[in-house]
Design a protein around this ligand. Structure first.
Ligand code: AMP
Ligand code: GLY
Length: 426
């Protein structure tokens, strides 16, 4: 029986652990540090934090793990996959050199320019003065981004020069994201799409499309978050469009990184804007998206363990295809009071069993166990995913289950997949 170690503690990792457990290879699934939700599902938590790379490598060796699946970006950018490789442990995810595509927006923008991938035009600011000098000539709305990993929060969309001045203060005055360069980008209009491709260093194999909701409030109002909900598949994004995007976006990156001697293995996540001039890349990530993964993996019919294991081998995906269920999936994120500016912890959560009995899959994003009770322990607390033959039915099931869950200060969006349901007419 293969043994798999999932690195992380969020909803994405919980969804990965569950999908792995459904593999016909019947793997033993461990997690580190793990979460109370994963423990409830019987996945042993090793408790080693994602920042303790040496600890994770030592545990993977000691426990004779066959495959380590890395969820979050930080350990990838810091070189966990390189370290595991040196220790002779197979790992799913890119090396530090390949993960730079997520770790540095400036690097990713240059790479896209070099390869000719459609994306927003941009420029870099290294200082407050440089930024202030340029703002009067920028066109608005404009987008300002910190060049660091900021869990989706380092992006400020500025409707006017005055807003851009305030944003520049956040980056260079307040230094909310530390000492970072700042990227100014052209604002792209359109609908967003998340398209993940599994990569084996040579080939980019697209997964099913998904959409996520970045803003905290209904109708895409309020500040950006790590993601407040998702659904999959996406109306009008058919197999042909998925193939086209993979060939014009993912595959050229995989080819270029291979040519540069830093082959990309793992998930290459393109965050795209479907603009009137065609799809353009907003950003690349080097790992599964959260919360898109929670909506995507329940639709997967193929053996996820085989897919991840093949991605970790050079050209391992050769001849591999992925099968998806026809069902729609909708994921609603339940967040704690104060999110995204802050978060609240220690609030008792009730109704988890009722929500599951209502036919939803609950994954834990930020919970803790105190005196036998599950309590909040983070900004995004729980994800509620339901499947259905139409986006409308999946949506109804997800919200019916979400409404069974209670905790003080709970926030959720009420419009996840609403437009998809309207478009599909069900
Ligand atoms: P990023 O972390 O770069 O994906 O940015 C987070 C979110 O900010 C994106 O998902 C978009 O909603 C928004 N965003 C980022 N860049 C742009 C852009 N150039 N035009 C419009 N919206 C953007
Ligand atoms: N869903 C956005 C992200 O994972 O970055």
């Amino acid at each position: 029986m293969p043994r798999v170690l999932v690195v992380g503690s969020g909803g994405r990792e919980h969804a990965l652990a569950r999908a792995l457990a459904r593999s016909p290879q019947a793997p033993e699934v461990l997690a580190t540090p793990g979460s109370p939700g994963m423990a409830r599902d019987g996945f042993e938590g090793l408790g080693i934090s994602v920042g303790n790379l040496n600890g994770i490598v030592a545990a993977a060796k000691e426990r004779h793990v066959d495959l380590v699946v890395v969820g979050p970006e930080a350990p990838l950018v810091e070189g966990l996959v390189d370290m595991l490789g040196e220790a002779g442990v197979r790992a799913f995810g890119p090396t530090a050199a390949a993960a730079k595509i997520e770790g540095s927006k400036a690097y990713a923008k240059q790479l896209m320019r070099d390869v000719g991938i459609p994306t927003a035009s941009h420029m870099l600011f290294h200082s407050h003065e440089e930024a202030l000098a340029h703002l009067p000539c920028a066109s608005y709305p404009a987008v300002l981004k910190a060049d660091v990993l900021a869990a989706g929060k380092g992006v400020i969309i500025c409707a006017s020069e005055a807003e851009a001045r305030a944003a520049v203060d956040v980056f260079f005055g307040e230094r909310r994201f530390g000492h970072t360069t700042v990227v100014l980008e052209e604002f792209l209009h359109g609908e967003e799409l998340s398209l993940f491709a599994l990569c084996d260093g040579v080939r980019a194999l697209p997964m099913t499309p998904a959409q996520d909701y970045k803003r905290i409030f209904d109708g895409d109002e309020g500040p950006n978050t790590g993601g407040m909900g998702s659904y999959s598949p996406v109306p009008k994004v058919d197999d042909e469009l998925v193939r086209d995007i993979t060939l014009t976006v993912h595959q050229p990156i995989v080819d270029e990184l291979r040519a540069r001697g830093t082959p990309f293995h793992g998930v290459l996540y393109a965050g795209l804007m479907l603009t009137p001039d065609g799809p353009k890349v907003l950003e690349f990530n080097a790992r599964f998206g959260d919360p898109e993964t929670q909506a995507i993996l329940p639709r997967l019919r193929s053996d996820v363990l085989e897919l991840l294991d093949c991605s970790a081998r050079p050209a391992g995906l050769d001849g591999v295809e992925i099968e998806w269920s026809e069902d729609w999936a909708v994921t609603v994120v339940l967040a704690s009071r104060g999110y995204p500016e802050s978060s609240s912890s220690g609030d008792v959560i009730t109704g988890l069993d009722e929500a599951e009995a209502a036919g939803a899959e609950i994954t834990h994003a930020g919970t803790a166990e105190e005196d036998g009770q599950i309590v909040t322990a983070g900004g995004r607390v729980l994800n509620v995913t339901a499947l259905g033959p139409s986006p409308g039915e999946a949506r109804e099931r997800a919200y019916a289950a979400a409404q069974a869950i209670r905790f003080d200060g709970m926030q959720m969006r009420n419009d996840i997949a609403a437009r998809a349901a309207e478009r599909v007419g069900a």
